[in-house]
Design a protein around this ligand. Structure first.
Ligand code: SAM
Length: 205
């Protein structure tokens, strides 16, 4: 399953979705095929223009409303209740969410990095983890994290490795990959040591 298919699977007909950082709006296209209308935004005007033209060529433009916006700054649509923030870094995602007071019923992230920092800071912003899913696309692992409104306290293991994993088989595979990747760095970096120790003692269930 691809990253975008995994996101698509988590969106239901009654969600009103904004795909922030939509690029070519592939997700909007997948939703359109299901008859779901959605919003798609990007910080770059030319990206939005190209995505709109592509949607017109594919005759799905009536399903996707495009917005040029840095994060949510220019998004003035109250009905939007679900955000997708994928293919960007944790600090970009957090910067976008820190600038709004609105609380969304569902936020689906696939951050490129620092998932521990994302889990902690999303909690500080009032979002807790619903479910996580490791995805493998073209040989690379990605962490999908779905959030809902709420606050919780996480264990050290949950902060580093996540919570409520849907695909334990891929989680084990990713963790084994990390163990072999960090084999020679264990004594050289405190963060690596912490992560490797947590993985070694992790109880999969
Ligand atoms: C790597 S693409 C990811 C595309 C798609 N979301 C995916 O996951 O395949 C990242 C996109 O995010 C956009 N972007 C970066 N920072 C942004 C921001 N602050 N607000 C909106 N879009 C942003 C970029 O212009 C780019 O099109």
């Amino acid at each position: 399953m691809t990253r975008l298919e995994a996101i698509n699977n988590r969106i239901s007909e009654n969600d009103i979705v904004l795909d922030v950082g939509c690029d070519t709006a592939l997700l909007g296209g997948m939703l359109a095929k299901r008859g779901i209308h959605s919003f798609a935004s990007d910080i770059k005007e030319n990206i939005v223009k190209n995505a709109y033209e592509k949607a017109c060529n594919e005759k799905i433009d009536k399903y996707i409303k495009f917005i040029v916006s840095d994060g949510l700054d220019n998004v003035k649509i109250d009905e939007i209740d679900t955000l997708v923030l994928a293919g960007m870094g944790t600090y970009t995602i957090l910067k976008i969410l820190e600038r709004t007071n609105k609380i969304y019923k569902k936020i689906i992230t696939i951050s490129n990095n620092n998932h521990d920092i994302l889990r902690i800071n999303m909690n500080n912003l009032g979002y807790c983890i619903t479910e996580e899913e490791i995805i493998k696309e073209n040989g690379k692992y990605y962490n999908l994290i779905e959030f809902k409104p709420g606050k919780t306290s996480y264990t050290k293991e949950e902060i580093l490795l996540g919570k409520n994993h849907k695909n334990i088989k891929l989680l084990i595979e990713k963790n084994n990959y990390l163990l072999s990747k960090y084999k020679y760095f264990y004594d050289k970096n405190e963060n690596v040591k912490k992560l490797v120790d947590v993985i070694k003692n992790y109880k999969y269930n």
